[in-house]
Design a protein around this ligand. Sequence first.
Ligand SMILES: [Zn+2]
Length: 307
Amino acid sequence: MTAEYDRNPFSGAWLERRSETRAEAGWVQQALSEPGTRFLVSSGTQHLVRRSPDTAIAFLDASHPLVRDYDSDQLVLLGWFQGVRCVLLDTLPGTSGLPAGTQFEELRSLLTELPEPQSAVLTCARALQVWRSRHRHCGTCGAPTRPRQAGHCLRCTSSECGAEFFPRLDPAVIVLVSDGDHALLGRQAAWPAGRYSTLAGFVEPGESLEDTVLREVREEAGVHCSAVRYFASQPWPFPSSLMLGFHATASRAEPLQLDGELEDARWFSAAELSHAGARVLPPRYTIARRLIEAWYQRATGAALAVS
Ligand SMILES: [Zn+2]
């Protein structure tokens, strides 16, 4: 697939969703009877994978006992992946009878090892799993919910209520604040020693994304920023965020004042970041890293080479 835009890891249209097919009444039978259908098996927020010969999703086909024995409420039509129908099978904890050489693992442990298309599919599956687990009961009346629309809607079973719930995302901004060839980065106490990254925070009700950028930078680092410009976005299903990346500018003359959320924040020169390398920078698969690399390229005219 050719990228239609400069996308970040975990995104990209690898999954052809065909949302119009979710309303088809016989979708489960179609999935089970079609020989090519691949079942992606999850248990909670873990997914069935194999580590050998390469790390990959351990898809099952419809003939496997785990698939045959399952209730249709546990199935979610993800879409078509690499040309074939792909269905999420949401198993219970402690599921036995797994194929040899497979195990359940968290997406985080697989981030740097899975092929890009597969990590994008698991990003979708994990977000749906988190949503399903948190909406087993109606938020309006407390009655149990049941899936509809091939698992993409959970509907309250009370005939007097019937509220419908759809997968939700929590938008969060992430911003690289710069002043010429200096970038403002912060660190949280729980991060690896020496690691710094861009500032980030959740969008609150009543805020535009730009409002959130201004507020978060002011709250976390005590500086006022301007020239807020959208950069790119990245799905981040830990548990259900959509990271919206921005660049902004501020003045290094303004003293930093931390609000306690960050252990430290300071300005790094481009040369300093280039020399500090991987010890300081966030991982390559993050939009934070992409924000820093884009700024560095613009500020210095060269790519950020990190050993
Ligand atoms: Zn209800």
